[in-house]
Structure formats: C-alpha cells, structure tokens
Write a protein that binds this ligand. Structure first.
Ligand code: ASP
Length: 355
C-alpha cells in the first residue's frame, strides 16, 4: 500500500445487485478478468488500487493525464464545478505539446491538424462536441460552448471554427505546410533513433473523467485523431457514447485507440451500461473489449483502451493493446497506473491464476 493513502480494499465497497452481477460475469466469463487487473507503475500491485473511496476522483488516459488530473483537482479545490475541472484539465493537455492532443498533434494526410473534442455533464445529461475543427487552440472549450450556448450537440469543420471564433476562443492561422514538415522531420528522426520514440505515438487522446465530492459526474475528450487520417475523417473522440459517455446515475467512461474500432460498438456507452448492470469499472471495460474482440476480425488487435469510474468511487481500465497507462488522482493520491491487455488476461485465466 502506498504510504499515506487509504484506499478501500477491493470488494469492500460492494456494488449493488451483487447476485446478478456474479451470475452475469460467470455467464460472460468476464469475471475471470475480475482478479488483479491493475498494476501500479510504481508501488505495489495491490488490488485495493481499483477503489479510492475518496472524492473527488479523477481518471484520465495516458501518463500525460496525470498533470491534467492535477489541474482538474486544483480547479475543484478552488471552487470550480466538475465541468470546469474537465475543461481546465484538458486545456492543459491541449497546450502542452503532448501526444496527439491540441494543435501540436498529428496532421492528417493533407498535412493539416483537424481536432475533435467533446464534453458531457452528468446531472443534466448535456453534451457538446466539435469535430474536424482547425486552428482552434482549445477545442474542449469550443465543445463546452456548443453545449452551453447552442441548442445543438455537435458542430463540424468550418462551422465549428467560426463558432469558436465568434465565442472569443483563441484561434491561429495554422500554417499546414510548416506543421507537416516539422512533423515529418520528427518522425524521420524517431525512425533513425527508435529510443527517442515516445510511447503511444498514434493513440494519445486525452479522455478525462471526474467524480466530484457532491457525486456529480462529468467528462471530456480531446484529440487530433489518428495521424495521416483522410481529411474530414472524424474519430470516436467527439462522438457521445463512443469516445466518451457520462451517466450521473452510474459513472463515466472514456476511450483511446483506433476510433473506428470504438465507434462500431458505441464503446463507452457499452462500458457505462455494463457498470449499470453491476460490473466494476475494470470489469466493464474488460467485458466491453471482450465482446468487441469476439466479433471484430481484428480480435485482440483492436488497439482500443477504456478508462472508467463509477458513482461508488471505483475506477478501472482495460486494453485490447499492450501496457495501456492511465492516470488516477484524488486529494491524497496521484499516480500513473497500467492496465493489463486482453491477451494477458486470457493467459492468466488459462493458467488458473486468477483470484
Ligand atoms: N481515438 C482517436 C481517434 O481515433 C485516436 C486516439 O485515441 O489517439 O481519433
């Protein structure tokens, strides 16, 4: 156990509908994945780390999510709402130059960075999103304005850009050619010296989920999407129920990875619905991936990862990929954890090592 952190033991906070949950997971086989699924990158492989029992609780994708989580927590501590926390946390990542988030993200096949983002508020079940937006520094703020200032849920392309500018959001005239050349030079350098390659080159969306002290749930997502995508391609990240879903009665889930493989299954909606049926966040993420992999020709090579949290203060993640890292933050704890992949889970199950 990490010093100074009082995490509840796994199973200590029992989910509702325990009986039906058991039979449900036995039926699907996913319960086998309900053993030790999470490994802290540092510290111990303690199952209790799947439940903080503490609020606020903030969970996000990838190691860079840790700084975003901490910004979100600061926002809450200084009186901001769950939505403010989501927006401020993601804004940090959008301007940090990390991964494929924000204007320093991956250009499309035409050398242009087109950004996707969405935000969702649990209590009123409201959502806003922008897709294929160009030259806007903080697409997450544009998504929030769509939710709060228009009767719509989603704006795309030039319309989304003009709306963001009209709302006073920071915009740049992006020089697509210069950006593409810089990006291409960096890729060439990486190929020449693979040790400089950063992790998760093409799958670096931030999805950030907040459970506030008052039980309010909110979430957001922001990305430049897959590098080299066709101009106009929209991924899962701005699609409510694919890249992000929030239900104030249940919890929230976010996705990262190959968006096409999430969109076909309404991935995060599925994760939240599985939690509604009584699965823990990790079990729900795992079961959603198992179902997707069972049907999809790519099987376990889906390259999709989910993070989730529930109203009980539990969190989790799973990946149909390898070594997916995610960040978890509470007032007394902030750490990058890594989830097991489906393939590893299957080997653990076959080896009979599941507790
Ligand atoms: N899900 C994103 C997309 O397909 C990519 C990512 O997670 O990096 O656009």
């Amino acid at each position: 156990m990490i010093a100074g952190v009082h995490f509840a033991k796994r199973g200590f906070i029992l989910p509702p509908m325990m009986t039906s949950r058991r039979s449900f997971i036995t039926r699907t086989g996913a319960a086998l994945a309900g053993g030790s699924l999470l490994h802290p990158v540092r510290g111990t492989a303690d199952d209790s780390l799947t439940s903080s029992g503490e609020r606020p609780l903030i969970v996000s994708t990838w190691p860079f999510g840790k700084a975003a989580n901490e910004r979100a927590l600061e926002t809450l501590t200084s009186g901001g709402s769950a939505l403010d926390a989501v927006e401020q946390g993601i804004r940090l990542t959008e301007s940090s130059g990390n991964g494929s988030v924000g204007l320093s993200g991956r250009p499309n096949a035409a050398g242009v960075v087109q950004l996707d983002a969405c935000i969702m508020s649990g209590p009123e079940h409201r959502a806003g999103s922008v897709a294929g937006i160009e030259g806007i520094v903080h697409p997450i703020s544009a998504a929030r304005r769509v939710m709060e200032k228009t009767p719509h849920v989603m704006l795309v392309g030039q319309g989304a850009r003009l709306f963001a500018i009209e709302q006073g959001l920071e915009a740049v005239n992006s020089d697509a050619t210069t950006r593409h050349e810089a990006w291409h030079a960096a890729r060439m350098a990486e190929q020449a010296n693979p040790s400089t390659k950063s992790s998760g080159q093409d799958h670096d969306t931030i999805a950030l989920l907040v459970l506030n002290a008052d039980g309010t749930v909110a979430g957001g997502c922001s990305t430049s999407g897959l590098s080299g995508k066709l101009p106009g391609r929209v991924g899962d990240s701005p699609i409510i129920g694919s890249g992000l879903y929030v239900d104030n009665e249940v919890g929230a889930a976010g996705a990262t990875g190959v968006g096409e493989n999430v969109m076909r299954y309404c991935g995060t909606f599925l994760v939240v619905e599985l939690m509604r049926q009584g699965l823990t966040p990790t079990e729900a993420c795992t079961e959603a991936l198992r179902r997707m992999a069972a049907k999809d020709p790519r099987g376990e090579a889906l390259s999709v990862s989910f993070v989730a949290l529930d109203k009980h203060g539990r969190f989790g993640a799973a990946t149909a990929g390898q070594g997916f890292q995610f960040a978890v933050t509470t007032p007394s704890f902030s750490q990058v954890l890594t989830s097991r992949g489906l393939g590893e889970l299957r080997r653990v199950v076959e080896g009979g090592n599941v507790r």
